[in-house]
Design a protein around this ligand. Structure first.
Ligand SMILES: *Cc1c(COP(=O)(O)O)cnc(C)c1O
Length: 373
């Protein structure tokens, strides 16, 4: 089946007698035993599993071409499950521009349990240098947040496989519509489903999708069940509902983002635009090769300093100044202010989550705002 068909159908696993066409919402925390004391339905207690979560995990598995999926209450909870699944003393290699929330998680919660290095994972010589006998995991995030750096997943996976190191890809920016990391050699895909998969800025969630149901995966399943950072049935229901339109929403995000990136690149008030679909992007060739389409996120640097960047934000009417991404409405954010003083993000950079408004309205709004510079 093609991805649009999977998106519409794989979240419906309903087999009740009502004839409901969509997966009904099951809020019951507990499920009835049969006369022999067994659980004929397969459901026992909602922390272990729930019909709406199973439906969500099924559609996520199929979208990423994986073997299984686990859903969590946030993207960070999904990341946490990965780190908790590692043996104490394991070494983790992660990008130097890793999503700051997960970088802070490693630094603040895992400093006594794991060792880690944040490096430029695009430089394979550096990557090779940092691998040691305890290295258990290489974490990738491509395109990255907010610099939109693109990492060649296959190259990294080839190096990792030789050393029996697992590769995880945070696929939040790309979504399975724009990039399929498992087919490029990754072992695990991570999502903040809060973003494009939810798509309407009204659900928090996270997910992991595996290529193989191996021993490591069983441990991750245990972290989900015993750790208990699970999404509610209602959140799962909302996500399944949103995912049905994901392929079509992504087409709109991608086409608007490319047009906005091209427009911005031609403006004298703009120093540079970071978007994997532009020829000027330093890893355009890798992106073209490994992505199915270039995604809906872009960043641009205005000519000037942080104050000039903020001036542009304040002159915008249609773009909302807010964090997060992937919703139908366009959002803009001064990332340096969010990430704090140890951030590598340029102070004149603005990150844009390009929404599904008409592109002519978006361009008109941004052109008025940059003309105030
Ligand atoms: C938002 C985000 C996360 C964290 O997800 P939450 O749902 O906020 O916990 C992780 N990685 C990336 C790339 C993100 O954008």
């Amino acid at each position: 089946m093609k991805i649009e068909t999977i998106a519409v159908h794989a979240g419906n696993m309903n087999n009740d007698s009502s004839g409901a066409v969509v997966q009904p919402l099951v809020t019951s925390t507990t499920f009835k035993r049969a006369e022999d004391g067994g659980y004929a339905s397969g459901y026992i207690y909602s922390r272990s599993s729930n019909p709406n979560r199973t439906a969500l995990e099924n559609v996520l598995t199929k979208l990423e071409g994986g073997a299984d999926a686990t859903a969590f209450s946030s993207g960070n909870a999904a990341g946490m499950a990965v780190f908790q699944s590692l043996k104490p003393g394991s070494h983790v290699i992660a990008p130097d521009d890793m999503y700051h929330g997960l970088r802070n998680q490693l630094r603040n919660l895992f400093a006594d349990i794991l060792t880690f290095d944040f490096i430029d994972v695009n430089d394979l010589a550096i990557l090779d240098d940092y691998i040691n006998p305890h290295t258990a995991l290489i974490w990738l995030e491509t395109p990255s947040n907010p610099l939109l750096k693109v990492t060649d997943i296959k190259n990294v996976a080839d190096i990792a496989k030789k050393r029996k190191i697992k590769v995880v890809v945070d696929n939040t920016f790309a979504t399975p519509i724009c990039q399929q990391p498992l087919s490029l050699g990754a072992d695990l895909v991570m999502h903040s489903t809060t973003k494009y998969l939810g798509g309407h800025s009204d659900v928090m969630g996270g997910a992991l999708i595996c290529k193989e149901k191996d021993e490591w995966w069983q441990k991750i399943r245990q972290v989900q069940e015993y750790g208990g950072a699970i999404p509610s049935p209602h959140d799962c229901y909302m996500l399944v509902r949103s995912i049905k339109t994901l392929p079509y929403r992504m087409r709109g995000h991608v086409s608007n983002a490319l047009l906005l990136a091209q427009y911005l690149e031609a403006q004298p008030q703009v120093e540079r635009v970071l978007y994997p679909g532009l020829y000027s992007h330093p890893q355009y060739d890798i992106a073209k090769h490994q992505m199915l389409s270039f995604g809906g996120m872009l960043s641009f640097c205005v000519k000037g300093d942080a104050d000039d960047a903020k001036k542009v934000i304040n002159a915008l009417k249609l773009f909302t100044q807010a964090t997060s991404l992937g919703g139908v409405e366009s959002l803009i954010e001064h990332r340096y202010s969010v990430e704090g003083p140890d951030s590598k993000t340029p102070k004149n950079l603005l990150r844009v989550s390009v929404g599904l408004e008409n592109i002519e309205d978006l361009i008109e709004d941004i052109s008025l705002a940059i003309n105030t510079l």
